[in-house]
Design a protein. Structure first.
Length: 410
């Protein structure tokens, strides 16, 4: 027994894997889900894991945070260290100063910490670049988990000099990685074009134990009673809403049709730069028709179960046309059809498997679709079964863990 305890203490002092990310569970975001699944899979393989991340955004469920840090791991095999970082008015770590407010202190913390056998980093590329320098000093490999290509996305809104600078930083992060994990074939191809030496594709998944068809009702929002929640026809958008998602299209179209459907409400769960615009649109309507909240993943699942449809968008031409939003999988896993607007490979899955509606990014087309949903005319197939068979987060985590552990055994 004492020998085992000694081994565990040693693993905690010198982890096998150190994950470095500005975002981690319980913040409800695709990156959080992805990294939590990776950590769980590593722990199942008895790898000692340390996570350096940020203190969650204000309003994040403290009980969910404690659950992640006590139940995700196995005793001394997991250590989560949380640090302060600059957030914007929506509670999101977004922009180069906020990124650096995490990256620079993280560099010095990691420099003084025991060296793991391998590091893992998520975007932004500034974190990957920081980790390349650190890993070189520590003589350790690192794995870069590329969910998207940031410099491609920046082309649509940033000045050309910013795009060029970001491209240099992103190339530096990708080229130094022992392996890059890409979430799709399209992302993998771009990573290779930017100089990644070795790329493994691990598609995103969703936690089918959290996002379920059966479960508790959602907690009332904005002063509504439980009866009012139950009697409402909900449309739910759950997740980040930034300029590349273009989620304001849902608020704009709902504002047009709201008078025709007095029982309907639109709920946005999450944060992002588009929330200010959506609040302005909501102010044009009577109070309570368009609502906003930030909730735990469990509550997000409860709201998506309650919804007539879950809403997801990718605005074309923003540099994210190859993205596959995890929001799609979350809604489907809850047994709810998805209304998907815009570009991306998710549209083909939705259409081919009757998982909802995949539409162009067009307000008039969306207006007809939401009208169909609220009139009860939308039909869909076995959405949860499809997710379980094709996009389980557990499988995603296991596949990513194999890639990371291969660098230890290399």
């Amino acid at each position: 027994m004492n020998a085992k305890l000694g081994k565990n203490r040693a693993m905690r002092l010198r982890p096998d894997v150190t994950v470095v990310s500005r975002i981690f569970a319980p913040e409800p975001a695709a990156a959080s889900f992805r990294l939590e699944a990776l950590v769980k899979a590593l722990l199942e393989q008895r790898a000692a894991v340390s996570v350096l991340t940020t203190i969650p955004a204000p309003g994040t469920d403290r009980d969910a945070r404690a659950q992640v840090e006590t139940q995700t791991g196995a005793g001394d095999l997991l250590h989560v260290q949380r640090v302060q970082a600059k957030r914007d008015e929506t509670g999101y770590i977004r922009g180069y100063l906020p990124y650096m407010s995490f990256d620079i202190p993280a560099f010095f913390r990691l420099l003084c910490a025991p060296s793991p056998r391998v590091y893992v980093s998520e975007p932004p590329p500034t974190t990957g670049a920081m980790l390349r320098v650190l890993a070189a000093l520590k003589r350790r490999p690192y794995v870069y988990y590329a969910a998207d290509i940031w410099s491609d996305a920046a082309q649509t809104s940033a000045p050309s000099w910013v795009v060029r600078a970001l491209r240099v930083v992103e190339r530096f992060a990708l080229r130094g990685a022992a392996t890059v994990i890409a979430v799709s074939d399209q992302v993998a191809a771009r990573c290779q074009e930017l100089g990644a030496r070795r790329v493994a594709v691990v598609e995103n998944g969703i936690d089918t134990e959290v996002f379920t068809e059966l479960g508790p009702d959602p907690l009332p929002v904005a002063g509504l009673s439980a009866d009012e929640v139950a009697q409402t026809d909900w449309l739910v958008y759950a997740g980040t809403a930034s300029e590349w998602q273009g989620a304001e299209i849902f608020a704009e179209v709902f504002a047009e049709i709201a008078p025709k459907f007095p029982r309907a409400r639109l709920l946005f769960l999450g944060q992002g730069s588009s929330f200010a615009t959506m609040h302005e649109i909501a102010a044009r309507l009577e109070p309570g028709r368009i609502l906003f909240d930030q909730v735990s993943a469990e509550q997000a699942a409860a709201w998506q179960r309650q919804a007539r449809a879950c809403l997801v968008s990718i605005k074309p031409g923003q540099g994210y046309d190859f993205a596959y939003p995890t929001k799609v999988l979350a809604g489907l896993a809850c047994g709810t059809p998805v209304i998907y607007v815009g570009a991306g490979p998710a549209a083909a899955d939705i259409t081919e498997n009757q998982l909802g509606l995949a539409l162009p990014y067009d307000p008039d087309v969306l207006k007809m679709a939401l009208t169909s949903v609220l009139e009860g005319r939308l039909r869909s197939g076995e959405t949860r079964k499809w997710v379980q068979e094709h996009r389980s987060l557990r499988l995603t985590g296991q596949n990513a863990a194999r890639v990371v552990l291969a660098r230890i055994r290399h």
